[in-house]
Ligand binder design. Structure first.
Ligand code: RB5
Length: 145
């Protein structure tokens, strides 16, 4: 699968472990940075990652900031993106199965390397169930801004 990865400086400590895990799993990774621990604004990275998914260049995304929250809020501003911040695998799995989330995020100040990789695995191995969940997502699409 082609997956976009992005992180800000606070997510940077998980960068190498998550990238290695994705590549070890055989995924092709599009890396939108950041590439150093220097401070960078999470909305910039969240938008970059989200555009890769919204354009169809990447199927799914993994983004990391300090909490996972700010970068997912930013990504959710791009039409067609459903990003969710998850701190454990069950939520990550259900985010895909019920909410058709296409970008998962988590915080490097919240989870360690092992949990981060477990969250990624749960997210990537789950499938959207459609049916009543698709109807509910359509309702969300019809909420006026
Ligand atoms: C950066 O200090 C931090 O605010 C950011 O990584 C993220 O946690 C925001 O939600």
């Amino acid at each position: 699968m082609k997956i976009v990865f992005g992180c800000d400086h606070a997510g940077y400590p998980l960068r190498d472990a998550v990238l290695k895990h994705l590549k070890d799993m055989g995924h092709e990774v599009v890396d939108v940075g950041c590439y150093t621990p220097d401070p960078v604004d999470y909305p910039v990275i969240g938008e970059k990652a989200a555009r890769k998914v919204a354009s169809g260049e990447c199927e799914l995304g993994v983004i990391v900031c300090g909490t996972g929250i700010g970068i997912s809020v930013a990504a959710n501003h791009v039409r067609g993106v459903r990003a969710a911040a998850c701190s454990e695998p069950y939520s990550a799995e259900m985010a895909r199965r019920h909410n058709n989330v296409n970008i998962i995020s988590f915080g490097a100040r919240v989870v360690g390397e092992g949990l981060a990789c477990a969250i990624v695995d749960a997210f990537l191995s789950a499938q959207f169930e459609g049916g009543r969940h698709a109807e509910r997502l359509a309702m969300i699409d019809h909420i006026l801004p």
